[in-house]
Write a protein that binds this ligand. Structure first.
Ligand code: NAP
Length: 252
């Protein structure tokens, strides 16, 4: 990542689900702009992510955090506070899409998992972080273009991502004026999460064609939007969703 600006000097960022994909790229971008970062995921491979980021000159610590585990959520916040004293940027990035079933055939246990990980865990994490967020802090929720169009294969997952648009607005009202809350809605990005769609050459071509820019998104595209929202360049932006999807239809 070739990053020239240092808008986040002195800030501390916590990013969930950040050992690969969009979360790792966000942690890297925030770090390269000067923030100290806390990276996390469900597994101990968090150590690899930490080493990789340190090698790029980033101040970073890791914590194992399955976002639906209350103790591990507390632990990631405590890790940030113990190492860096406070938090300025919180990126809630974890999500699950355990099935491509239609909603009418979705088992209750799957509905619970989608709600738990994609929506409830974000709320509980923000509750845990709130006492440590300094004035001027920025909370960023990672939603999806599927939140605007919960299409086949992404139906109930998409509905949980729609909920994040509402959550963004509701929390921005509660947490202002000192804290901004915004959301990013990525289009398709080739990551492990999207491999079910992207690995199929025919689907991949269709997804490319659907964008006005005739390409899929990159993790760096998403990270750039997160760094902007986290920075003072976005100091009058709150309760908003930035769609980073190459022009795929979302809203007027
Ligand atoms: P990814 O490359 O598959 O990475 C997922 C990351 O999340 C990994 O670090 C994984 O590590 C961690 N993780 C998974 N479940 C977790 C949990 N319950 N608690 C904590 N960490 C967890 O996925 P991605 O594509 O970057 O997706 C990141 C976010 O972008 C998600 O919110 C997704 O909905 C959103 N998004 C993605 C796309 C896309 O096309 N890729 C499009 C729109 C929105 P472990 O396995 O070690 O836990």
């Amino acid at each position: 990542m070739d990053v020239k600006c240092r808008r986040l000097e002195g800030k501390v960022a916590v990013v969930t689900a950040s050992t690969q994909g969009i979360g790792l790229a966000i942690a890297e971008r925030l770090g390269l702009e000067g923030a100290a970062a806390v990276v996390s995921s469900r597994k101990q491979n968090v150590d690899e992510a930490v080493e990789g980021l340190k090698a790029k000159g980033i101040t970073v610590v890791g914590a194992v955090c399955h976002v639906s585990d209350a103790q591990q959520r507390k632990n990631i916040i405590e890790t940030a506070v113990k190492n860096f004293g406070h938090i300025d940027i919180l990126v809630s990035n974890a999500a699950a899409n355990p099935t491509v079933n239609v909603i009418l055939e979705m088992k209750e246990v799957v509905l619970d998992k989608l709600w738990d990980i994609n929506v409830k865990a974000s709320i509980l994490l923000i509750q845990d972080a709130a006492p440590h967020l300094r004035a001027g802090s920025s909370v960023i929720l990672i939603s999806s273009i599927a939140g605007y169009n919960p299409e086949q294969g992404l139906t109930m997952y998409g509905v949980t991502k729609t909920a994040l648009f509402g959550l963004t607005k509701a929390l921005a009202g509660e947490m202002g004026p000192d804290i901004r809350v915004n959301c990013i809605a990525p289009g398709f990005v080739p990551t492990r999460f999207a491999s079910f769609f992207i690995d199929n050459e025919t689907i991949r071509k269709k997804l490319n064609e659907r964008t006005m820019l005739k390409r899929l998104g990159s993790v760096e595209d998403m990270a750039a939007a997160a760094a902007f929202l986290a920075s003072d360049d976005a100091s009058f932006i709150t309760a908003e969703t930035i769609v980073v999807a190459g022009g795929v239809p979302s809203r007027l």
